[in-house]
Every structure is written in structure tokens, then in C-alpha cells.
Design a protein around this ligand. Structure first.
Ligand code: HDE
Length: 694
């Protein structure tokens, strides 16, 4: 069309006069603006989305009719929305919370929504309790506090009176609730679902997503600081990964249980507070999802995407899990509230790519232009169309499950063990993971003012493990229980520990601390070596602009201390250069950077005079090589040092490793050991880390 002449000034009666009612341009602009929001999601309000595709490794037609699993040459487009649960749309990413992991598959049979979380179980067993759970968890109704946090009396009041919550409490207190990246967390369908093949045979199934980079977390102190320095930490990370071509990848895993084996477990498959331990039913990896495209418009895609657990395709079906059954109602209902229209499925992000045939029409914002006079069934005027499957093998039909029972408002007896798997989880943790759970409980319950609630929680922990209950009690002023409530069964599921996850340096971010006079060769050689391993690095200094190296090389500062912090990196490297190090030694920010990275157990490397900066940081329990030490690499507990790195570019003609003479080989070794330390992610073995004031 044609432009309007002026979009800066409203239409007035004289330049100093009142705005005219006639100004339809102003009114249209303002009206649209006034209506530019829709109700935020009642839970999972804060989310981040991305497009991608799913591809199966092999045909699974023996198990399911779902086309998405039929042909390894077919890529099915997907849209994934990651989210936190409790906080509002504008809340911080790094809060302690479950993360939503919802996937929309645009399959040739229609849309399939797998609406999962990054934890394999849930807080409650029956959907009837969901409004209570969420009311208790969300900010209190009187003062709307606290935002995005479970750490208040109402949540723990509810928890302390709801023993079925204890398994989930263990997961939520664990590091799983603090993901380092959406690309480094698991996903789970949570409920037991059903797969049905073309012969109508069903199996039970649990869905898993496994991140290619392994499952990794932040530490609590870091999450708290990030919430201030970069509340978009996880969202930004996801966005940047995709922009940089580091596409997040997740393998899909299935745990399949034959119909005949439904009752062979010591828990009920229909109970969403239970996992099937991997050691009991191994996970079969069946395909891979790659997220390779950011959204063009956050509102139209990430905000308007509408998931519904009832969006399934032929070959995928439900079970009688009472939580799943309740969700089947809630998701459709909630979308009607968000969109005020039954036509939300016509929005571009929600639309099926497979043709849709039904007799629907009308409603707010109807987009489809229906044709003809027939919108009812049965009909003869429209040749009976749209037609049902009526026995066609590819039609959707529910699994023919035999049902027989009394109409009751009761929980099955098989749902009554609330502690065994909480104990299993505790037993499976490493020492560091256990410590983090205890510290998390101290924070959460420390925020609870009502003493009786703290005491009730200690009692519930005592049903999980006696030692756990005592350690929790000790931190929150509750008398330690003297007797175990139940004997720990001693079983564990090693797969539950994140220590055992895949570890790789790929996509890790390292800060290089430098100022004028930095040892240029030491900086660039390590930076280049890291890059080859898929590690990115950024130069951090007090001021932005250029800094000059010892050989007059100029490099650009990527981040200033004031705009960043060690919390935004996975590790830190300090190259030498006398002037650079003297400057940094006199900057509290630089010392703090090292201290904090050390306390958060991140890898730290220093070359030549860079070691002096570590010395100034007075890291407890770390012995550093002296100034005239040999040019040999030392590496312990993730602190990697090399004195007298020399000029790695010029291989010395003198004896390698001699005092004061570096060599390319040592520099390579240094970069290599640092890369290994980065791949380890965190170095929990720093026993005196808590003495560092950071
Ligand atoms: Fe949800 N959940 N939920 N939930 N859920 C919603 O739907 C609900 C549950 C999950 O990125 C709502 O569109 C009930 C389990 C994710 O848009 C709502 C119950 C799991 C998302 C709703 C549960 C989830 C939601 C709010 C217990 C993991 C975000 C806005 C019976 C398997 C999806 C919306 C997105 C969102 C209801 C329990 C995952 C109100 C009633 C278990 C990832 O419909």
C-alpha cells in the first residue's frame, strides 16, 4: 500500500490544540498496542522456543503406527518450547525449578505434542490436586510474593502434608533444577504412554530426551547472581547456540514394557511419581532431534504455541495414569482461556501440515475459509465427506483396553509407597550431589518461617534417609531425629547421577583475563587450541576497546568486568605478560573473577606471570609453581598452570623444558590439559573451596 505521511504526530486542531477524535490513524495504532498481550500461561509462563526436526534411526513399525517413527529417511519438523514453571513471563531463567520441555511434531498424520519436563516424575499422583499444588507454589495470594520460587511457607506447608511429593522433592532439590543450558538437560514424557502398531497390539512406553552434550548444571550461588546479571541466561544461551550453528541435539529414548509385564514392578506404571529404573528396563535410543532455527517472532511463535497432551497421532495413545487423564482436560481448556477462541490451532505455529478435514467452522478469528453447504454428518449432499476411517488401517483409534471397576473417588493401593524411589534417588547421588541437595534444603526450608513446617519436612526426609534428615535438620534449627523412620533399602540406580553423564568441552565458554601488555602468543595459541576443540573464548578486561599485547598485537576486548562475570563462563584463562598481570592484580574484579570461578569449581588455567594472579587470589589448598619453576604443566583439581611458557611460536633451540625456556610442546600440553579440565565441567574435589570469600 501507500505510506502515511506522518507517523510521529497526532492530528490536532492547531499545533498547540487538542487531539481530534477523527484521528483514526492514532486510534488504530494505540488500540492495537493496548491489545498486544494475551493472558500468560498459568504455569510455564516463561519460555524459550526453537524450530528443528526429528529423524528416527530405524523404522519402529513393529511398535507403532506413528509415521514420525516409520522411516529413517524422513525428517519431521518440530517446534520445542523450554520453560520454567513457577515464574511469570519476565522472571529470571536460572531459578530453582522444573523445566518444561514441550515438543510439537508436525507429522504427516497431524500434530503430536509431547509435553514433558526435564524431570521424569511429578509432584502429585492425581490431577485433582494440581490447582492446590500450583496455588501453594505460586506467589502468595495476599502479597504476590515470592516470585519464581518455592522457598516460602505455603509451598512447604503443602509439601509437608503431601508425602507423595517426596520423590519429586529430591529431584527439585538436586542440581537437575539448575540446568546450565537447555541443550544440556534431559527431557521426559513422565507418564507411561502406549504405542500401538498396525495390528492393534499395544506396549507401554516412557519417552526420554537425551542431550548430546550431556546433562549439566549450574551451582546455586551462580544461579542467584545470574538472575541479576543476566535474567535471560538460558534463553540467550539457546538463541546464541543456534545463531552460531551449535545446534542443540537430543536423542529420543524409549523404555518399552510389554502389556503382559504391566504388574511385574514394585510400583504402579500408572503412578507418575515413579520412574522405571534404567537398570530394570534399558533405554532404547530410536532417533535424534536437532534444533536449528530460531524464531522470527517471539510472540507469534513462542508465546502463541499451544500444546495439548491430547494432540496425538495414530500409534500413540494414553494410559489410565490419573495425572495424564486430568491433563487431557486441562490443556485444551487453558488454550481457550489464553486465546479466547477455539481456533487457536489455525495459527501458523500450531497448524498441522497434514490436511485437516472436519465439520468445524465459525468462532473468533476463524481463518479457514470453508467451502460448500455441507457441514454435518451423515450427509448425502457432500458425498458423505469428510469421511471417518471406518475400519481403515491408518485411522486413529484408541487402544481397546478392557475396563471393569466400581465408580470410586479413591487412590489405588499400588500408589501408596511414597518413599522407596526417593531413597533410590538419594542413594544414587555422588557426595557432591548429596551435599547440594542438603544445601538446597537449607535454603528452601530456611526461608520457611513456620517452625512446625520445617519439622514436618525433616520428618518426611527421615522417611527417605536418616542421614539426609539429620543433615537437613542441622542447618535449619530443627532437632535431629534420633531414630530412622524406615530402614534405607540400600538400592541405587547409578544412571541417576549426573556425574556419569557424557562430558565434552564442546560449546563451553572461557573467559580470558587480560590487560595491556598481555603475552600475545600465550593468549592466541591457547585461544586457537580451544577453538579447535569447539570451545569459545572471550577476552575480558576492565574497559572495552582494544588492548595491546607485549609484541604490539592489538585485540578487541569482548566483555568488560562491569557487563560480565565469571558466572557467565565455564572457566577462565589468564595468559602471562608482566604489565597485564600487574594491572589485573590491582583490580578487585579480576581477583574476584578467579575466586568465584574457583569456588564454583570451574576450570582455571594460568600461564607464566598469569600464575601470579592466581597467587593473589589466595586459592586455598592449591599449590602453585614458583616464578622460577620449570616450563612444565601442572594440573590438579581443575587448576592448570605453566610457568615460563615462553614464546610458543618459536621453538627454542635450547633444551626443552629448561628453566625460563618454553616450548611449543609444553604450550600444546598446557592447552590440552586445560581442555580436559573444561570437559570435566566442574571440579568438586576442591575440598576447601568454601573458604573463598566469593
Ligand atoms: Fe502441565 N500445564 N499440567 N505438566 N505443562 C500447562 O498448559 C497441567 C504436567 C507442562 O511450553 C498448562 O498451555 C495439569 C506434567 C509443560 O507451552 C496447563 C497437570 C508435565 C507445559 C497445564 C500438569 C507438564 C505445561 C499451562 C497435572 C510433564 C508448558 C499453560 C494433571 C510431563 C507448555 C498451558 C508450553 C503447561 C496443566 C502436569 C508439562 C494449565 C492439570 C506432569 C512443559 O494446561
Amino acid at each position: 500500500g501507500v505510506p502515511i505521511d506522518d507517523n510521529q504526530n497526532s492530528l490536532k486542531a492547531g499545533v498547540r490544540g487538542p487531539t481530534l477524535m477523527e484521528d483514526f490513524i492514532f486510534r488504530e495504532k494505540m488500540t492495537h498496542f493496548d491489545h498486544e498481550s494475551i493472558p500468560e500461561r498459568v504455569v510455564h509462563a516463561r519460555g524459550s522456543g526453537a524450530h528443528g526436526f526429528f529423524q528416527p534411526y530405524e523404522s519402529l513399525t513393529d511398535l507403532t503406527q506413528a509415521a514420525v517413527f516409520a522411516d529413517p529417511s524422513v525428517k519431521t519438523p518440530v517446534f520445542v518450547r523450554f520453560s520454567t514453571v513457577v515464574g511469570s513471563r519476565g522472571s529470571a531463567d536460572t531459578v530453582r525449578d522444573v523445566r518444561g520441555f514441550a515438543t510439537k511434531f508436525y507429522t504427516s498424520q497431524g500434530v503430536w505434542d509431547l509435553v514433558g519436563n526435564n524431570m521424569p516424575i511429578f509432584f502429585i499422583q492425581d490431577a485433582m490436586k494440581f490447582p492446590d499444588l500450583v496455588h501453594a507454589l505460586k506467589p502468595q495470594p495476599d502479597n504476590e510474593m515470592p516470585q519464581a520460587s518455592a522457598a516460602h511457607d505455603t509451598f512447604w506447608d503443602f509439601a509437608s502434608l503431601t508425602p507423595e511429593i517426596m520423590h519429586m522433592i529430591m529431584w527439585v532439590l538436586s542440581d537437575r533444577a539448575l540446568p546450565r543450558s537447555y541443550a544440556m538437560m534431559d527431557g521426559f514424557g513422565v507418564h507411561t504412554f502406549r504405542l500401538i502398531n498396525a495390528q492393534g497390539e499395544g506396549v507401554f512406553v516412557k519417552f526420554h530426551w537425551r542431550p548430546a552434550l550431556g546433562t549439566h548444571s549450574l551451582v546455586w550461588d551462580e544461579t542467584q547472581k545470574l538472575a541479576g546479571k543476566d535474567p535471560d541466561f538460558n534463553r540467550r544461551d539457546l538463541w546464541e547456540r543456534i545463531e552460531q550453528g551449535n545446534f542443540p541435539e537430543f536423542e529420543m529414548g524409549l523404555q518399552v514394557v510389554e502389556e503382559a509385564d504391566e504388574h511385574k514392578f514394585d510400583f504402579d506404571l500408572l503412578d507418575a511419581t515413579k520412574i522405571i529404573p534404567e537398570e530394570q528396563v534399558p533405554i532404547r535410543l530410536v532417533g535424534k532431534m536437532t534444533l536449528n532455527r530460531n524464531v522470527d517472532n517471539f510472540f507469534s511463535e513462542t508465546e502463541q504455541v499451544a500444546f495439548h497432551i491430547g494432540h496425538v497421532v495414530p500409534g500413540i495413545d494414553f494410559t489410565n495414569d490419573p495425572l495424564l487423564q486430568g491433563r487431557l482436560f486441562s490443556y485444551l481448556d487453558t488454550q481457550l482461556n489464553r486465546f479466547h477462541s477455539a481456533n487457536f490451532h489455525e495459527l501458523p505455529i500450531n497448524k498441522s501440515i497434514a490436511p485437516v478435514h472436519n465439520n468445524q467452522g465459525g468462532g473468533f478469528m476463524r481463518r479457514t475459509i470453508g467451502k460448500g453447504r455441507v457441514n454435518y454428518e451423515p450427509n448425502s449432499l457432500g458425498d458423505g465427506r469428510p469421511k471417518e476411517g471406518a475400519g481403515a488401517p491408518d485411522a486413529f483409534r484408541s487402544f481397546m483396553e478392557r475396563m471393569d471397576g466400581h465408580k470410586v473417588r479413591r487412590r489405588s493401593e499400588t500408589f501408596s509407597d511414597h518413599f522407596s524411589q526417593a531413597t533410590l534417588f538419594w542413594n544414587s547421588m555422588s557426595d557432591a550431589e548429596k551435599e547440594h541437595i542438603v544445601e538446597a534444603a537449607h535454603f528452601e526450608l530456611g526461608k520457611v518461617e513456620t517452625k512446625a513446617i520445617r519439622a514436618r519436612m525433616v520428618d518426611l526426609f527421615n522417611h527417605v534417609d536418616h542421614e539426609l534428615a539429620r543433615r537437613v535438620a542441622r542447618g535449619i534449627g530443627v532437632p535431629e531425629p534420633t531414630q530412622p523412620e524406615t530402614q534405607n533399602h540400600g538400592r541405587s540406580s547409578p544412571a541417576l547421577s549426573m556425574e556419569r553423564t557424557g562430558k565434552s568441552p564442546k560449546t563451553r565458554k572461557i573467559a580470558i583475563l587480560a590487560a595491556d601488555g598481555f603475552a600475545a602468543a600465550e593468549l592466541t595459541s591457547v585461544r586457537d587450541a580451544l577453538k579447535k576443540q569447539g570451545v569459545t573464548s572471550m577476552t575480558v578486561s576492565k574497559f572495552g576497546g582494544m588492548i595491546t599485547g607485549d609484541d604490539a598485537t592489538e585485540i578487541e576486548v569482548d566483555k568488560m568486568f562491569v557487563t560480565t562475570g565469571s558466572i557467565m563462563f565455564d572457566g577462565v584463562y589468564v595468559p602471562g605478560g608482566r604489565d597485564s598481570i600487574t594491572t589485573l592484580q590491582n583490580q578487585g574484579d579480576a581477583i574476584h573473577f578467579i575466586n568465584e570461578a574457583f569456588r564454583h569449581c570451574k576450570p582455571i588455567a594460568a600461564a607464566s606471570e598469569g600464575v601470579d594472579l592466581l597467587a593473589s587470589a589466595e586459592l586455598p589448598g592449591v599449590s602453585l609453581p614458583s616464578a622460577n619453576g620449570t616450563g612444565k604443566v601442572s594440573s590438579a583439581h581443575g587448576v592448570v598452570t605453566l610457568r615460563n611458557a615462553g614464546n610458543p611460536g618459536a621453538v627454542s633451540s635450547k633444551v626443552k623444558g629448561a628453566i625460563g625456556v618454553g616450548s611449543a610442546a609444553h604450550m600444546d600440553d598446557f592447552a590440552d590439559q586445560f581442555t580436559q579440565a573444561i570437559a570435566q565441567h566442574r571440579h568438586w574435589s576442591r575440598s576447601m573451596k568454601d573458604q573463598v570469600p566469593a
